[in-house]
Design a protein around this ligand. Sequence first.
Ligand code: PMP
Length: 362
Amino acid sequence: DNVQARGALQQLKAYSPGKPIWEVQREFGLTTVVKLASNENPLGPSPRALEAIASAMSDLHRYPDAQTIDLRKSIAGKFDLPAEQIIVTNGGDELITLVSEAFLEEGDEVIVPGPSFSEYEFAGKLMCARIITIPLSANYEYDVEAMLDAVSERTKIMFLCSPNNPTGTILRKAQLQRLLDALPKRILVVLDTAYSHYVTADDYTDGIEYVKAGYPLLCLRTFSKAYGLAGIRVGYGIAPESIIRSIVQVKEPFNVNALAQVAAAAAILDDQHVEASSRLVQEERQRLYGLLRQLGIPYTESMSNFILIKPGASAERLCRQLMESGVIVRFGGGWGLPDHIRITVGLPEENDMLMDKLRELH
Ligand code: PMP
């Protein structure tokens, strides 16, 4: 046929999610498969969310609340902010796309640290923006001065990810402060804190205090990680009201389904689940460092629920072999890190299985 898609699509490639457990079971004839590839919560969903979903089932013939009022109020209460400063989306992924749709025109520039979450680049390219990638420095630290040097008249958005996926490193509070003070106020800074619950650093900030201070900052958060609700797709953004209004303008009315809204509103009150999840990750991450050192596999210390390890030139083969033996992890090639693998911190027994296989195969 002669139907031509937009030219911009030729440069686009969405990230490919880790293979699901059932697919690996079927492909390799395995019963026990452990997935440590998508930074999910191994403790499962918040039990409170499950109860809320069960009680909302009878209303599924109704459209969901287009304004997600109850959920926004719950979130607003948590952060002591007005609900007008919050937008709820179909996962954090949707928020990244909506931000780009709301603020970018062809030829605009977007500053993105690299390697990082590929959605920023995807969303920017979708809007025909130019992606200016600023490499992280030696230990995967943010090179704040290089990011400032990259600013031009056409810069519209700067994406920051803290803790950064896939490196697990953070943007320090003083670094965010420096950026926000030095950047022209017409530039939107997006601070993606999807993994903030796993941080144990005194010099970390999730950015909310800077939103409250009125900077042009959008903080992205999600229910997919510490709350254990990746499957139900709820993310949200916190920003000054005018920024939220612009993003709301481009969203579909029913972007967050009814079950997702009640599940998230219940989960945000479930501090116990979040604490259990953070504690598990912090303890297991520490234990994994010890095992990796025993195996002689270099790694980057992480503030998140994943660890970037560097097995070397065999990384891609190792990923395949791990998958064949029932452990799904993420090869670093997609981030331009072909010597690396990103492993999600799982349950103790899942981590043990990964380490046993690594010991055999490495
Ligand atoms: N930001 C980062 C850094 C992520 O790693 C992810 C999940 N892969 C997201 C945002 C979005 O997650 P979700 O769409 O599930 O909320």
